[in-house]
Ligand binder design. Structure first.
Ligand SMILES: *Cc1c(COP(=O)(O)O)cnc(C)c1O
Length: 220
């Protein structure tokens, strides 16, 4: 199947209120353009250098989602144009994003990354750490960043009931925060292997790569 057909298929399987971010890391401009020509505008990238090159070469109405692990010293390179930063997991990083947003005279939207997996390798804040961050005076001072929601990755496993329980724990935590008056319109979870389960568990944004563009080849 072509990229356009893959895209249409994924789109047909998610409700219209759910945003589909096409994860294009390692994929060529030509491959991205096939999705673009099929109407796709939200793309996700993990690596700053690759994102910079693509942003320079590809159409300006693309909304670039940074979904990788962002180092503080690289924020300034993407601050002028990034649409949404998904993986924020420290006050330090958030302060740097705020600083660069001020320099660029804009408000940068972001998601806090929450750790839900039963693995030591995944990044993110625990629920308690997230509560503490949201309650801190340093957080309240940041005026050029806007919290849009939460992002998470489930365990890397075939065990669907484990993934489901991890997604549900994020959804319950989000509901609890919303009940305290914190607006979180975006819940970013679900990838190629689990996006339908994610949507059923309340995801409003899925990040799908290999199902649209094919398997990634990191050796290129
Ligand atoms: C690579 C990546 C994806 C896409 O993964 P697929 O399994 O190819 O859909 C989604 N989210 C993050 C954070 C990623 O790094």
């Amino acid at each position: 199947m072509s990229i356009q057909e893959n895209l249409k298929k994924v789109q047909s399987q998610i409700p219209s209120h759910v945003c589909l971010v096409a994860v294009s890391k390692t994929k060529s401009n030509e491959e991205l353009m096939q999705a673009y020509q099929a109407g796709q505008r939200d793309f996700g990238e993990n690596y700053v250098q690759e994102l910079l090159t693509k942003n320079e070469q590809l159409p300006k109405d693309i909304r670039w989602h940074f979904i990788g692990h962002l180092q503080s010293n690289k924020v300034k390179q993407i601050a002028a144009f990034v649409y949404l930063i998904h993986g924020v997991e420290s006050l330090k990083l958030l302060q740097e994003i705020n600083k660069q947003a001020i320099k660029n005279n804009r408000i940068i939207s972001y998601l806090l990354q929450i750790y839900i997996a039963k693995e030591e390798t995944k990044f993110g804040l625990s629920f308690e750490e997230c509560d503490a961050l949201l309650a801190s005076s340093e957080f309240a001072e940041l005026k050029n960043v806007q919290l849009k929601g939460l992002m998470a990755m489930a365990s890397f496993t075939d065990n669907q009931s484990l993934i489901q329980s991890e997604f549900q724990s994020l959804k319950s935590y989000t509901d609890a925060l919303q009940n305290r008056g914190i607006q979180l319109p975006i819940l970013s979870f679900g990838m190629s292997g689990d996006y339908q389960l994610a949507v059923a568990c309340g995801s409003t944004l899925v990040r799908v790569g290999s199902l649209i563009f094919g398997e990634r080849n990191y050796s290129k």
